[in-house]
Design a protein around this ligand. Structure first.
Ligand code: NAP
Length: 554
């Protein structure tokens, strides 16, 4: 009865270190870890102790006897990663080699003080790694009044278990030495130099907030948008509540077939009553209830074997949604199957080969994968999109798809940070293991460091590498001591941003959202900043005497 890793695997590797027999791979020290689509449990080596279940922050692991029917393909997928053997392996007491926590050599002048900009997974994993040591202070700056970045605003609402990683982040945020400065924009309320003056180091974990833009004729017509904007819209991000998402046409076209495209296609074709049990924004739910969409076409410029979506996401999608292929695309799948040797890609192709025919009538909204479709131009009239013209990749033949909504989903892109160098071609801040080139005391982690790839948990090892470099610099005396006490920073930020939201304010927003869920939905999010601030202002404050005392001590 081995345990099995399933779809919501976040790849943070916590399970690897909890396993007493080192049967979960690839582990963070192994070469395939950075590019693996998920982690896998060796069924022949698993001793069925369940330690991995408790360690997994997103509930992705279960014994094979407790899987839901739609999770059963993951039994074979886990086994497939390992060489075929005869019978069980003898139990071992081998542990995966653990990366040592960075040891901070404390100094008489006070604790190591680090400012982290951003509060998404890379930021929170970095804070967690730093706070494994006594006497470290971490101040997290976030421009929204709510923390956790893409976990809150980027993970699709039908993937609620993935959002459970916030429980881990909540624990980090409650650690001694951790302070939230929410609703504070670095570069607007406080500068990089000011942050550096009040800390030994500044670590940017700001992600890749822009979309890669598709540069074709007509892409700015009304009725075109990006998939990531739509994700922010249905997740209640306050800057996207008014995004025009026109669902009055029968077909939506998405260009690009990565996991973001799958997320959007799933939500646009989901049963609204099922979404009503999630934390989807009310404005999106209302729009989806009125939707006329019958088909979402996910158009990729290359062939089936080069599909950018991952196998776990494809397994999950086909378990819950009707997904189809045209006869011509079925032929492409068969020809790829005839030559493909990589087992994971073959599994993807076998699932695609089993999909229904797009030519058959359908009773429910469905998703169609389309291949060899290179976007050529957007067609419209009176300023509105009416269709997209593609060329069949490698030919001059064209094909038109009518649509009222075109979404490009061709990847995220990092944005330059004021006062820091920027590699415009790669969309990242140039760095060596997280240490920003030519900018002492400044570090990066997450997508702004390595580009927009991987999963939530991939940021754990990425952040850990940066923190090791930062602590090594501190221990070597390479980081200047802060010029003022933390209380001075607190006063400075409050002067610049009187609407600062602190941990108590966030706790008030969080509790109010959970209460609004009424036990039926996980939460009902506030989607407007003034609403959030009004709730944060109701947070109980410690008595003045305690605040004065803590100010004197810091
Ligand atoms: P992605 O995986 O990089 O996919 C980008 C897609 O855009 C590919 O199909 C790519 O095709 C296509 N593309 C790029 N340039 C194009 C062009 N000029 N014309 C037409 N097509 C073009 O990006 P993503 O979907 O935004 O995902 C970003 C990261 O987040 C990934 O690591 C993903 O796995 C992760 N993510 C994970 C989840 C999850 O686990 N549930 C959810 C969302 C995101 P080519 O391959 O031909 O270049």
């Amino acid at each position: 009865m081995p345990h099995v890793v399933t779809q919501s695997c976040c790849s943070d590797g916590s399970c690897v270190y909890a396993c007493p027999v080192n049967c979960i791979h690839p582990s963070p020290d192994e070469p395939g870890f950075a590019t693996a689509e998920m982690l896998y449990i060796d069924p022949d080596a698993c001793v069925d102790c369940g330690a991995c279940v408790s360690a997994c922050p997103v509930g992705a692991i279960a014994p094979d006897t407790k899987l839901e029917p739609k999770q059963l393909p993951f039994v074979e997928l886990n086994a497939m990663y390992f060489p075929k053997r005869e019978g069980k392996l003898p139990p071992t007491s081998k542990l995966a080699p653990v990366l040592e926590a960075p040891r901070v050599n404390s100094r008489p002048g006070g604790p190591l003080r680090v400012a982290i900009v951003g509060s998404g997974p890379a930021a929170m994993y970095a804070a967690d790694e730093l706070l494994t040591q006594q006497g470290v202070e971490v101040n997290v700056f976030e421009k929204l009044p709510t923390p956790y970045g893409l976990v809150r605003a980027g993970v699709a609402p039908d993937h609620q278990t993935t959002k459970h990683v916030t429980r881990l982040f909540d624990r980090t945020a409650a650690s001694p030495g951790f302070t939230f400065y929410l609703n504070v924009a670095v570069g607007e309320h406080i500068t990089h130099d000011e942050l550096l003056a009040h800390h030994h180091a500044v670590l940017y974990a700001v992600g890749a907030p822009n979309d890669r833009r598709l540069d074709i004729e007509g892409v700015d017509l009304s009725g075109t948008s990006t998939a990531t904007e739509v994700v922010a819209w249905f997740n209640g991000h306050p800057e996207y509540t008014d995004l025009p998402v026109d669902l009055s046409h029968e077909r939506v076209v998405i260009v690009g077939n990565g996991n973001v495209a799958l997320d959007v296609a799933r939500i646009l074709t989901a049963e609204p009553d099922a979404l009503a049990r999630t934390d989807i924004s009310d404005h999106a739910l209302t729009a989806l209830r009125d939707s006329h969409v019958r088909e979402v076409v996910i158009a990729a410029r290359r062939g089936p074997a080069q599909s950018a979506f991952t196998l776990p996401e494809l397994i999950g999608l086909t378990a819950t949604h009707e997904v189809v292929l045209s006869a011509a695309d079925h032929d492409l799948v068969q020809s790829d199957l005839a030559t493909e040797s990589d087992p994971l890609t073959r599994s993807k192709l076998e699932i695609l080969a089993g999909l229904g025919a797009a030519e058959a009538p359908s009773t429910r909204p469905r998703i169609r994968f389309a291949y060899l479709m290179t976007p050529h131009r957007v067609i419209g009239s009176a300023g509105r999109v009416e269709g997209v013209e593609f060329t069949i990749t490698g030919t001059t033949e064209t094909r038109r798809l009518d649509t009222g909504l075109l979404l490009t989903s061709i990847g995220y892109r990092g944005k330059a940070i004021r006062d820091l160098p920027f590699d415009d071609a790669a969309g990242v801040v140039p760095n060596e293991g997280g240490r920003v080139d030519g900018t002492p005391g400044t570090y990066v982690a997450g997508w702004i460091k390595r580009g927009p790839t991987g999963f939530i948990g991939t940021n754990k090892s990425c952040a850990s590498q940066t923190v090791h470099e930062l602590v090594a610099d501190y221990n070597a005396g390479a980081l200047a001591d802060p010029v003022a006490k933390t209380s001075a920073l607190d006063r400075l930020v409050r002067t610049r941003q009187p609407d600062l939201v602190d941990s108590a304010g966030w706790a008030a927003i969080d509790s109010a959202e959970l209460a609004r869920g009424g036990g039926i939905r996980p939460r009902v999010k506030f989607t407007a900043v003034p609403e959030m601030l009004a709730v944060a202002a109701t947070a109980p404050r410690p008595p003045l005497s305690r605040r004065l005392l803590s100010g004197l001590l810091r």
